[in-house]
Design a protein. Structure first.
Length: 352
C-alpha cells in the first residue's frame, strides 16, 4: 500500500480509498455513509476504491449490493458481527487496488474504526486519512476522559459518574432521570434513560453488553442541538426534534423519525455561543479535519456539551452534510474538501 509523491495531486484528481462497514454495532450506519461518500467523490471527479474493512475491496457487483442495503431500525446482531470478526481485519491493506492511493476517507463509525485503533495502523502506512489522529480519536471516544477535558476547558457538560454505582450515589451526584450508556459507543447503542431508581441496575447491565465501562449522566431536558466543525470553522447550528424522548438509533436513521433544522431557530447570541463551545471542545480534544459536537439546551437556555463525534455520519439523513449545505457547501464539495484537508495536514506534518 503506497501513495504518490507529496503534493502531486493536491489540486487535481485523487485516488481515494473509502473505508466503511467494519465490525462495530454501527456497521449498517457506516455502510450507508460509505455509499453516500463514494458517490459524492465520484461526482467530484475522483477515482474511488470501495473497501469494507471486514471483507476487503469490493468489486462493482458487491459494491452495488452492499451499498444499497440501507440502515435497519436496530443495530446488527452480535452473532453476525462475530462472523465478520473471525477474518483478518488488516488484510485489506495489502490489496493491489490500494496501490497508489492518495488519501483514505474513513466512513467508519464506532469500534476500532473510530477509537484510534485503525488510525494508529494507518499512521504506520504513511497514507493520509480523513479525520482525527490516533490520540484524539481515542480520547473523544472515551466519554469519561472527554468530559473531564471539557470541564477543564470550561465547556459545560452534565454531571456524571462511572459504574459501578448504586441508586443512592446516582441520586446524590447525578439525580433522576439519568442517562445510562456505554462509555465508548456511538449512535445511542445501549443507552437508556432511567427515570426511577429501581430501573438503574437493568440499565447498567444493558450498557455493559456493549462496553467494559458504563457512564451514568444527568439527563438534561430541553432542545437537542448540534454543531458541525469543518477545519477550524464552526458551521451553522442545527436542531434535532425527535419523535422519541431522545435522539435514539431509530430516530437517527429511519425516515420521518426526526426533524433536523439547519440553521436552528436560535437567538444569534446563543448560536454564536454554541459555535464557540463546539470549537473549544474540538480544540481541547485535539481533533482535526472535522467533527460534530452535540449539545442539550435546557429550558433556561443553558448549553450542555454531551460529546464530540470524530467521524460524523455521512448518510443521506446525517446531520453533518445538512449543516454543510446550510453553509452553502454541496455534499461532493464537502467530501472533496475533507480529502484536501487530510492531504494538507499530512504534508504539513511531514515538513515539520
Amino acid at each position: 500500500m503506497g501513495r504518490r509523491s507529496m503534493g502531486e495531486h493536491v489540486e487535481g484528481r485523487l485516488k481515494v480509498a473509502v473505508l466503511f462497514g467494519g465490525t462495530s454495532m454501527e456497521r449498517d450506519v457506516s455502510i450507508a455513509s460509505g455509499a453516500q461518500v463514494i458517490q459524492a467523490l465520484r461526482d467530484a471527479g475522483h477515482d474511488v476504491v470501495a473497501v469494507d474493512t471486514a471483507t476487503g475491496v469490493l468489486g462493482p457487483a458487491m459494491e452495488q449490493r452492499l451499498l444499497s442495503s440501507g440502515v435497519a431500525p436496530a443495530p446488527p446482531e452480535e452473532s453476525a458481527l462475530d462472523l465478520l470478526r473471525s477474518g483478518n481485519v488488516t488484510a485489506f491493506l495489502d490489496a493491489r487496488e490500494l496501490q497508489g492511493i492518495d488519501v483514505i476517507f474513513l466512513a467508519l463509525h464506532g469500534g476500532s474504526g473510530e477509537d484510534g485503533t485503525l488510525q494508529a495502523l494507518l499512521d504506520l502506512t504513511g497514507i493520509p486519512y480523513v479525520g482525527s489522529g490516533m490520540l484524539a480519536s481515542a480520547v473523544a471516544m472515551d466519554k469519561d476522559i472527554a468530559k473531564r477535558l471539557f470541564r477543564d476547558a470550561a465547556v459545560p457538560t452534565p454531571a456524571w459518574l462511572m459504574a459501578p454505582a448504586d441508586a443512592e450515589a446516582v441520586a446524590r451526584e447525578v439525580g433522576f432521570p439519568a442517562v445510562v450508556k456505554p462509555s465508548k459507543q456511538g449512535s445511542t447503542v445501549g443507552l437508556t434513560v432511567v427515570k426511577v431508581p429501581s430501573a438503574l441496575e437493568a440499565a447498567i447491565a444493558e450498557a455493559y453488553r456493549f462496553d467494559d465501562e458504563v457512564m451514568i449522566e444527568r439527563f438534561v431536558p430541553g432542545r437537542e442541538l448540534t454543531v458541525p466543525v469543518l477545519g477550524d470553522a464552526a458551521l451553522p447550528v442545527g436542531e434535532i426534534i425527535a419523535r422519541h424522548e431522545i435522539f435514539d438509533y431509530e430516530c437517527k436513521y429511519q425516515p420521518g423519525m426526526a426533524q433536523e433544522i439547519f440553521p436552528a431557530d436560535l437567538p444569534d447570541q446563543t448560536a454564536r455561543l454554541a459555535q464557540d463551545l463546539a470549537l473549544r471542545a474540538h480544540g481541547v480534544l485535539k481533533l482535526s479535519g472535522y467533527s460534530r459536537v452535540d449539545f442539550r439546551m435546557d429550558p433556561d437556555g443553558g448549553l450542555w456539551c454531551l460529546e464530540a463525534n470524530t467521524l460524523p455520519g455521512m448518510t443521506a439523513a446525517s446531520l453533518f452534510p445538512k449543516g454543510a449545505a446550510a453553509a452553502g457547501i454541496s455534499f461532493p464539495e464537502l467530501c472533496d474538501r475533507l480529502c484536501r484537508l487530510a492531504l494538507e495536514e499530512h504534508d504539513g506534518k511531514r515538513r515539520v
